[in-house]
Design a protein around this ligand. Structure first.
Ligand code: ZN
Length: 130
């Protein structure tokens, strides 16, 4: 497979040859091909960037677990907003509080409250609070 710089060199060589044989037409064709190659190279760079972002998001999605109604990753104590994750695939940390025997998470980013589903609120809050 040719690298971008190999192809650039081929176009330079071709252009030099076109000048040597005094073919304006050949030179124009080569310049047009070179321009198309540069466009394709920019498109490839853009697609590589999108693929990297997609793979990064995919790896993250594989680690995300919905537990007691909110998001956790691996064995971290930090919990994240299920609404923000569901909507934008963003991990926004939630604040956890114990109110009237219920554990409630609150997301500062979207403002949503989630009552955690738990039979033993005291042990759950120990598990998830830092
Ligand atoms: Zn949120």
């Amino acid at each position: 497979m040719f690298s971008y710089s190999d192809l650039s060199q081929l176009f330079k060589d071709g252009s030099a040859l076109a000048k040597k044989i005094k073919s304006q037409e050949l030179n124009q064709v080569l310049l047009s091909y070179q321009s198309q190659m540069m466009d394709m190279n920019a498109e490839i760079a853009d697609l590589r960037q999108k693929l990297a972002a997609y793979e990064s998001q995919k790896n993250l999605s594989e680690k995300v677990i919905l537990e007691e109604g909110i998001i956790k990753i691996d064995n971290s104590k930090q919990r994240y907003c299920p609404r923000c994750w569901g909507k934008d695939r963003k991990l926004n940390p939630v604040a956890i509080s114990l109110t009237d025997g219920q554990i409630v998470s609150w997301c500062p980013a979207c403002g949503s409250h989630t009552v955690l589903e738990s039979e033993d609120a005291a042990s759950l809050i120990n598990k998830i609070q830092n």
